[in-house]
Design a protein around this ligand. Structure first.
Ligand code: SAJ
Length: 417
């Protein structure tokens, strides 16, 4: 089959390459000419395990363009950010993609919307644009099939996760099943288009609410002299309990954004907004821990370890680090950032040694594996303080190296066992 994939980002590019490897003729479409230049050189615009090898294997079936060509299938995988000024989904990229498709849309073609969208978007926004082709909705096929892969393990999850396909009608669903089953080994569940849109938002909202609960437990534990990490591990031994982990805030372009796609149009939602509020307040809480360590130090310097939104990825979208840095700067702190995965960031990045020089406190924000390997004895600082908001360091090791250690959510009297 000939397939256009519109949007060559974290989801579109791996999807396009998996389809190309499965033998389809793929046209990768992106309006960002810089990105196309990078890809044409055989390089990748971002890092993801296994993607480089896959690009190498699939490139003979993969061409790059700035607009779609006539084909059998169009997959839309463009970003759907949140307009932060009004907390409403910005669907302009989806609209732009549909605008590019309708002039080349032919009878029996399939259009798949993979981007995460508020319920109703496929029918209310995409369908009318596609009908500008002159075809009516019985002559082409439209489905929503939300991506569900987690960055850092995208390729495996795209291959093995179950998939939801919500078609405008049964014929559309069947056609999409035929396409995805060429590379997906997970089970494919069928539903209608609006339910598929809702399912995706419910999944990410569930995770956000669960993390908010973990964060609330962490704050209560701080007040009560309890180690929340131990308490969560023990609670999770119960066969029907699965609490996620506290952290410095929820980042990324999905979980911190998607729940608001549900609440934007609702007059009844309470819990979803509250969870967002709790998670968004975590950078402030983390900074309050820094403030305690830095008390009495004139013009303190803090070293932020990790600016990616989560461990072992180079993605900084919606990262809690940005809020922490801005708040810290506003309070007069000097901030030095270190991240072994991120190359470009809004603030200057230092290597490990430079990031801690003359520093008064390390703050671990991201759970990169590299941070577990750091030997604290080798770190030269002005004051040896460390705050770990992810509970990832070996506490004894850092105490032995002369550090004053604080693990977020653990105010239990430390006995060392
Ligand atoms: N986080 C915590 N505590 C946890 C787990 C995560 O604080 O216990 C934080 C992370 O550090 C990060 C944020 O939450 O800042 C989100 O990270 P994540 O790993 O939970 O999720 P994403 O955004 O990378 O990917 C999610 C996934 N959704 C679900 O697991 C329900 C993925 O499957 C989706 O495809 C993706 O969103 C998406 O694109 O929607």
């Amino acid at each position: 089959m000939k397939i256009n994939v519109l949007g060559l980002g974290y989801i579109g590019l791996p999807t396009a390459l998996l389809l190309a490897k499965a033998g389809h003729e793929i046209v990768g479409v992106d309006i960002d000419e810089e990105k196309l230049k990078i890809l044409k050189k055989g390089e990748l615009p971002f890092k993801e395990p296994g993607l480089e090898e896959l690009y190498h294997e699939a490139k003979n079936n993969f061409t790059l363009r700035t607009s779609p060509e006539k084909s059998d299938v169009f997959i839309i995988a463009v970003p759907t950010p949140l307009d932060r000024t009004i907390d409403v989904a910005d669907l302009s990229s989806v609209k732009q993609a549909a605008d590019m498709i309708y002039p080349v849309l032919r009878k029996d073609d399939l259009v798949v919307l993979e981007s995460t969208v508020p319920p109703g978007t496929s029918k209310n926004l995409v369908l009318p644009i596609l009908k500008k082709s002159g075809l009516d909705e019985t002559e082409f096929h439209l489905v929503h099939s939300p991506e569900r892969a987690i960055p850092g393990n995208t390729l495996n999850e795209m291959r093995y996760n179950d998939r939801i396909i919500g078609g405008l009608d049964k014929k559309a669903t069947n056609k999409a099943k035929e396409v995805y089953s060429t590379f997906s080994e997970g089970e494919i569940f069928e539903t209608d288009v609006k339910t598929a849109e809702m399912v995706k938002l419910m999944e990410n909202t569930f995770r956000d609410v669960n993390i908010a609960l973990a964060n609330e437990f962490s704050r209560i534990s701080e007040d009560s002299g309890i180690d929340v990490w131990e308490a969560i591990d023990l609670a999770n031994n119960h066969p029907r309990v699965d609490i996620l982990h506290p952290g410095p805030g929820v980042g990324g372009h999905c979980i911190s954004v998607d729940p608001l796609f549900l609440t934007a149009n609702s007059t009844t939602s309470k819990m979803i907004n509250l969870a967002r509020e709790i998670n968004d307040s975590m950078p402030n809480f983390v900074l309050s821990l820094v403030r305690k360590k830095a008390a009495g130090i004139e013009r303190p310097t803090i070293s932020i370890f990790g600016v990616a939104y989560k461990g072992n990825v180079d993605d900084t979208r919606e990262t809690p680090s940005k809020k922490i840095i801005k708040l810290a700067n506003n309070e007069g702190y000097r901030v030095k950032c270190y991240d072994p995965h991120v190359k470009d960031f809004d603030y200057e990045l230092y290597d490990l040694e430079e990031s801690v020089r003359e520093s008064d406190c390390i703050l671990i924000v991201t759970d990169h594996d590299e941070f577990k390997e750091i030997d604290p004895k080798n770190l030269e600082m002005r004051n040896k303080n460390i705050i770990d908001s992810r509970n990832m360091i070996d506490k004894d090791l850092w105490i032995e190296a002369g550090f004053d250690v604080k693990i977020m959510g653990d105010d239990a009297e430390y006995t060392g066992y």
